[in-house]
Design a protein around this ligand. Structure first.
Ligand code: TRP
Length: 432
């Protein structure tokens, strides 16, 4: 096992605000810098269609969210950052999972149940205005997660049920067809702050109390001036408990800075002064990112390129796994019928490396597909150890290693895509 795979999706239905930054973007970007994790972040635009029927808004939000994550330091070279709708395998997997998911399970999904309960409470048809998309939301989300066999899924508490459903889908599928999926686990970050909004309630689009992450300096100042406080006068001691202003400050400040403001509260700091301190602290963290954000927003083609490269990386995994899954469920070419193995024992044969020594005394290896067709042929190495090391690098890094190692291979006249897919398949196999 190489590393733990983390995966999370961001629905493209709005403009990122400070609450999203503190609760999701900042911790995710930090986590992605750890060397022992493999991170997948994607823009859940299919999910956005369930809530939003304004095409311009979907497109705009996708751009804004992608630009925000990149501006906040997400490194697309280090992580796999992609747009859900660029991965057709996800919708394909959604159908396979639909066929192993109980309808009764979906009836109990919180979001669907809430819609039904609301209709019932007003004596309407239970399913009035409920789309099949809303009903199927958990299956699409299950496909997002299982497509990449993510081990850990960082989410908010409201999403725990969805992760449990994805586990059930993984288990049902595995039970029927063989071990293809890792049942994922939800990761709930209790240490991550839930940011209060302008009115003191949780910062959320639905309360209309947000501060946009990349509001202009003037806008930021104005919004901060509007944070609710009490009527205590300058000089009167103030309480930090229940102070939205203090809590927001805490999410940005160091322990020392927080202590200093706590002290200032006790000494009766004026609200206007506290707001100035908060503004300056947030501005200090956000303004360098704002520059990057504005530059990205000005150049959508750069973001498009990054997302397409991310999709290619993601599909190097999704395509071979999907091929195995199709085979597993019986969506197979008719010609290899006779070779069909009984269900549950089926494991798609994997490509493999073969090491050998030739008459010239040199050591070589080749990569062959499951049928033994040559995919990649190395040049000669002086020792078997060197050849073995080159194989290890390919096994570890897959297609990503091909370019830097190009000089080690015989020129390929074959299909580079097949080589990449074979390496991806080996990596996926190694994780089981
Ligand atoms: N449902 C998630 C949310 O609203 C977004 C999402 C879609 C997601 N697919 C996912 C999160 C897969 C984690 C994993 O927050």
């Amino acid at each position: 096992m190489r590393s733990t795979r983390f995966l999370t999706g961001i629905t493209t239905s709005g403009t990122p605000h400070l609450g999203n930054y503190v609760g999701s973007i900042r911790p995710s970007v930090r986590a992605s810098l750890a060397s022992d994790v493999e991170s997948y972040y994607f823009l859940a635009d299919y999910h956005a269609l369930i809530k939003i029927d304004d095409p311009a808004r979907i497109q705009r939000s996708t751009l804004e969210i992608a630009a925000s994550w990149l501006a906040a330091g997400l490194d697309p070279e280090r992580v796999t950052f992609y747009r859900q709708s660029d991965i057709p395998e996800i919708t394909e997997l959604t159908w396979l999972l639909t066929c192993v998911t109980g309808k009764g399970v979906l009836n109990r999904a919180h979001a669907y149940k809430a819609a039904v309960d609301k209709n019932m409470a007003s004596s309407q048809e239970p399913d009035m205005d409920v789309t099949a998309g809303l009903f199927m939301y958990p299956v699409l989300m299950g496909a997002d997660i299982l497509m990449f066999n993510a081990h850990k899924v960082p989410v908010g508490r409201d999403q725990i049920q969805h992760i449990e459903m994805a586990r059930d889908m993984a288990n049902s599928f595995n039970h029927r067809y063989g071990e293809y999926f890792v049942p994922p686990q939800a990761v709930i970050e209790d240490s991550v702050a839930v940011l209060p909004g302008l009115d003191g309630r949780k910062m959320s689009k639905s309360y209309d109390n947000t501060i946009p992450l990349f509001a202009s300096t003037e806008q930021l100042q104005k919004l901060i001036a509007g944070i609710v406080t009490d009527s205590r006068m300058p000089g009167e001691p103030k309480e930090v408990e229940g102070s939205a202003l203090f809590q927001i400050y805490q999410a940005f400040a160091s322990a020392q800075e927080t202590l200093a403001l706590r002290d200032a509260y006790a000494k009766g700091i004026a609200w206007g002064e506290a707001k100035r301190i908060l503004f300056e602290r947030i501005e200090r963290e956000i303004s360098p990112m704002r520059q990057a954000y504005l530059a990205l927003m000005d150049d959508p083609s750069r973001i498009e390129t990054i997302l397409l490269a991310g999709a290619a990386k993601a599909r190097a995994r999704a395509t071979p796994l999907m091929a195995q899954l199709r085979h597993a469920v019986g969506l197979r070419p008719l010609v290899d019928q006779s070779k069909a193995v009984p269900a549950k024992v089926t494991k798609l044969a994997l490509p493999s490396f073969k090491q050998y020594r030739e008459a010239d005394g040199q050591f070589r290896f080749k990569l062959v597909d499951a049928q033994g067709h040559l995919l990649l042929q190395s040049r000669g190495y002086d020792s078997p150890k060197q050849a073995g090391q080159a194989i290890s690098v390919l096994q570890r890094d897959g297609a990503a290693a091909l370019q830097s190692m190009a000089a080690h291979f015989q020129p390929l006249d074959g299909d580079m895509g097949a080589v990449e897919a074979a390496l991806a398949m080996l990596m996926a196999g190694a994780h089981k």
